[in-house]
Structures are given as C-alpha cells and as structure tokens.
Ligand binder design. Sequence first.
Ligand code: KIV
Ligand code: ZN
Length: 534
Amino acid sequence: MTHHMPDVRREQTDRVRIFDTTLRDGEQSPGISLNKQEKVEIAQQLARLGVDVIEAGFPITSPGDFDSVQAIAREVEGPVICGLARTSFQDIDAAWNAIRDSERPRIHTFISTSDIHIEHQLQTTRDDVKGQARAAVAHARSYTDDVEFSPMDATRADVDFTAEVIRIALDEGATTINVPDTVGYTLPQEYAAMFEELYRLVPGLRDVVVSVHCHNDLGLAVANSFAGLGAGCRQVECAVNGIGERAGNASLEEIVMLLRTREASVGLWTAADTREIARTSRLVSRLTGYAVQPNKAIVGRNAFAHESGIHQDGVLKDRTTYEIMDATTIGLETNALVLGKHSGRHALRNALQELGFQVEGAALNTAFKRFKEIADKKKRVTALDLEAIVSDEMRQSPSAYGLEWFEVEASSTRAPLARVRVRLPGGEVVEGSFTGDGPVDAFFSAINAATGREGRLKEYHVSAVTGGRDALGEVTVLLELNGVTASGQGVSTDILEASGRAYLRALTNALADSPVAEAEHHLERASAASTPTP
Ligand code: KIV
Ligand code: ZN
C-alpha cells in the first residue's frame, strides 16, 4: 500500500487552488521582519512547491513592502503574483505598480461587511461600503482581468448584506471571491452553511472561484477551510507553518496533505509538489525565526517519530501500522548521508543541485570552503547541514557586516569578556570588547562597541540542525535598532560563532530598513487612507 498518489481520477472541477499568504498575512505575525532578498527566496521556494498564487505583500504599507512585491513579480515565475489593497485608489495603484511586471498579476482588494467593522473601524455606512467595493473592483479591473475581492469579517456579518456586496463585486468583474473568517470565530458547520447560503443568494458565484481564508484563533482554521471546500469553494488561502495574524492562518502543509492523504474519500486535489513541503517549512521557519512546534501536524519534528514500544514495533514490521503518510512524500530525508570529509567540489555541486540549489562560481567556492570547515568538525555532512550552510552563505552580501574573528572568555568566577573584529559594509575592519552577564551577552555588547551601533536584543533562539553532539547549531536573533526590529540567522558548529553571524545579519537588516526611510514613508502616507491593515 502506498500513500504517494491515491489512484483516483482527477477532474479540473475538483482542483483546489493553493493561495499562499505567507509573505502577506504570515508576515504580519509579531516579530517577523523579512527583507527583500529573504522574501524573494521564500517566493522562489513557494514556486517550486507549486502553489497557484503567491500573495507577495501589501504594497501601500511601506516602500520596503512595495519593493519586495515588485522584486517577486519580476523574478518569480509560475504562480500568479498577487498584491493586497484596501479599496482606496492609492492602495490599488500601489498594488498594481508593484505586480504589473509579473506574467500573471492579480490585485486583491477588500473591505469589511460586518456592522462591527463598518461602525467601529471604518465609521461609515453600508451604502458607502457598497460604493467603495464597486469603485475598487472597477478600478482594479481597469488594470488587470485577474481581480480578487474579499468581504472582510464576513463570518460576523449579515449574510444578506455580504451577498449584496459580493454581487456588486461580480458585476464589476471580480474573478475570485474570497470570504474570510477574519477573527477565527466561525465553526465548520457555520462556515459551510454560510457558503451554501451565499451560493443560493448569488448564483453568479458558480461562475467564479470562491475562496476560503481562515484564522486559527480557536484552532479551527484548517477544519473551517475544509468545510468551505465541502461547500464548493476551490481556493484555500493559507500560510506555511500556519503563521499569520494572532494565532495564524490555516496551515498550508496541513491542507495540502489532508487533501492528498484522503483524496480517495474527499475527491479534491491540489497541484502542489508535496515533496517540497518539508524544505519550504524549514526555510520559512529559519527566515522568520518562528520555530515549528515539535508536535505540529505534518512538519513538526515528531510528526513521523514513534515513541511507544508498541508503535515502534509495529512500524518496524510494516510502516503503515502506525503511519498514514510516508515521510518521503513531504521530502523528509533527514538522516541521508550526503557527503564526507573527502568529498570534492564536484560532489558538493552535484549534491547541492539535488537539493535544488544552483550554486556556481564564487558562490560555489565559498560554499565549498564552508563545507570543508564543517566537514573537518563533523563526520557526516547531511542534506540538512548542506541546506543550512548554503542558506546561510547565500544571505551573506558584501554590503553586510561580517564576522572576522572573535574570542570569548567565560568562567564561573568572573564576568565573561568578549573581543571581536568586524568587517563593516564598506570593507573597513573594526574591533571592540565588552563584558556581559553571559558569554552571548558579552559577545553582542562587543559587537555593538565595535560597530558603534546600539542594537538591543529582543529574542534569541538556538536549535540544532540535526541530531548528535557535533550537530550544526542554528541561531536566530531578533533585535531592535533605532526603533526598527529586525531578525538574522547564523549557522555554525560553534554556537557562539552562529550567534555572532546572526546578530550581525540582524544589524544589517535593521539598517536596511532604516528609520529615515520609515519617516519619509510616514510623511508620504499621512494623506493616504487611514484604515489599519487587516
Ligand atoms: O483575515 C482577513 O480578513 C484578511 C483579508 C485581507 C483577506 O487577511
Ligand atoms: Zn487574514
């Protein structure tokens, strides 16, 4: 028995589109601050995963967001690239300008239909909402024929009013109607009943793609999304690792694997390449600094582990006794030994290619140098190690701070003392030293002293890339500099070195997102619509 590909006939009408909002709703999670390069990297991986739509960001919200969406629209091929916009024309213009270079651009515009939002947040009337929805969809359609409309907070709205607004959006040419459970309040049977009612009230919904968008405040995001699919929806908005506003969005990997594993019973399918799921999850976790909980469905580190003796015994005899999915289906090949100490540049290049990285020229030389350093300390360099090193190196840019050398003295009797030598973005090398409460604290203070920057550490996480005493350590740092919060990651067999690399990368990212640009941006936006982001 295999769980790879259920033996069922696939009809286009049963295809569920995966609309990934990791870079928009997901990026709205507190403490996540991805830079342009990181967002493009995630978008490229989402394209490899085969999602249908990438919601790349909310271009009006900052020049940084605009640039990232534009870069994704220009560089990422395959999926539809979508930009979010409120109903104001400034929002829609910004979204269009950011995505217009994509081969397949989509504008997603939204306005609330619940009285709670209309009265308290928008402070307007139902009639005005109808007018705004009409104007927004018409304006978006003047740019592109792929326009999505969302009546926000629809699950707490009067369904007749939501239906009226949807009818208007359809009249103006919206091609996808997404009906969100913005606050994660609905129940599966309620959500399904709402769609049944909407299909009854607005027959035109049968001619477009209807979409679900669920938040996980009551832990029901995936269950609610699934209920919406049962009621006829054929697009799911979701985020990798379930990240997103508050408790998050529906988790992409759970939806995809739910439909794949139970395809024979459910009859719905997606075009996602499930073998890319594990890698996508690791990349998003690494770049956002959001660790995946160990028991998380599909991508948690224990999702395929068997602890009890009875279960282990069963799985050894036949995997299907206690496993409903095959780990290889999601691309989990954790302990595959890839290279040893004596492997050459050619072997490294081939291994990296197999892992989906095209590394050539100078980048290959750097990756090879790094590989040799690690292979000297570690007997077995696995696929996961290579992925971590290459992701770490790929984010190293000449305009970033670089760690040249460090020394940390720590004992149980004296305050730790750290000395560092750092390469500044211009190439100049500076030194600094400092004491601290602990070795990491001393190290970061010494970096501040050397660079003359007052970074303030907000979060620090360390994890092991693989098991074993010689495992690579991966550190994520979240810091604040001049009011800007930024994160950085570093990988090394030495936790202090990984910490230093992560801290310097976070400093670089914070400066890239500088307060000057922010201040200009706020001035620019003072006259723009004042509704907070969803
Ligand atoms: O949760 C929500 O309502 C949203 C909309 C913008 C679709 O994120
Ligand atoms: Zn949302």
